[in-house]
Design a protein around this ligand. Structure first.
Ligand code: 4H6
Length: 230
């Protein structure tokens, strides 16, 4: 899968994508990550990307022209295959639909994801209306930009692609819940640390009992989580 990221701070991606599993996936040709600097799509001397909101209000918005040109340039690159290629343009903003594991699975079916990172107080609405397929948020909080959401989505999607996780890691996910999220407590050696012991059942070798214990724990954890702050 190919990821194209449009951002005012493309350098923010190098450290996260340059380590561990995503680094290896890129080296193995399983993913390609291309960043694009929004300023490269301006034409004025000052490379202006932002302006004040019509109707007044605090701060600055990203202008429609550079974003429109950047998205069009990225979408239309690799022209030969562009028409058949399965691709999706995503804008990150706090008012988007909350990104879930189901979205990660759905997006992993595309050949190309174009990820647009907003900054300042937001983005001219004509971008979302005319150049974007969907608007996503990674959660109900405000960030200074869409760069962290883009990293989150690349990470969550890439690890679902065939071959990206090692065999031992990917075989694991099948034994968990539908979502792929492990919902029971896990322990590794030592059996006892500062007097805190690993639950006996996990040391018993009794697979049916272990499965039952994990199911019960997962249920308790999800009940607790859903009552949080109420
Ligand atoms: C685009 C539009 C995503 C980008 C608006 C982005 C949180 C998330 C941004 C904004 C983001 C998320 C500007 C809206 C600051 C809030 C950058 N914040 N914002 N939850 N910020 O995924 O005010």
């Amino acid at each position: 899968m190919r990821f194209d990221i449009i951002s005012l701070f493309p350098e923010s991606f190098t450290s996260y994508f340059g380590v561990s599993i995503l680094k290896r996936a890129a080296e193995d040709g399983l993913i390609e990550i291309h960043t694009h600097h929004l300023r490269d799509f301006t034409h004025d001397k000052h490379k202006t990307v932002d302006d004040t909101p019509y109707g007044g209000g605090a701060g600055m918005l990203l202008k429609v022209e550079p974003l429109a040109e950047a998205i069009e340039a990225v979408v239309n690159s690799k022209q030969q295959v562009a028409s058949e290629e399965k691709k999706r343009v995503i804008l990150f903003s706090a008012k988007g639909k909350t990104f879930t594991q189901a979205d990660a699975r759905r997006l992993s079916e595309y050949e190309r994801l174009i990820l647009v990172c907003g900054r300042y107080e937001g983005v001219d609405e004509r971008v979302a209306e005319n150049f974007v397929d969907e608007e996503l948020s990674i959660g109900d909080y405000v960030l200074t930009g869409g760069e962290l959401p883009a990293m989150v989505v690349v990470d969550a999607v890439a690890r679902l692609l065939p071959g990206v996780l090692g065999n031992s890691e990917s075989a694991e996910t099948e034994s968990h819940t539908l979502s792929g999220i492990v919902e029971y407590p896990q322990y590794t050696k030592p059996e006892e640390f500062r007097g805190w012991r690993v639950p006996d059942v996990l040391l018993s070798g009794h697979h049916a009992e272990i499965a039952k214990w994990r199911e019960k724990q997962a249920k308790e954890i999800s009940e607790k989580r859903n009552n949080r702050n109420t």
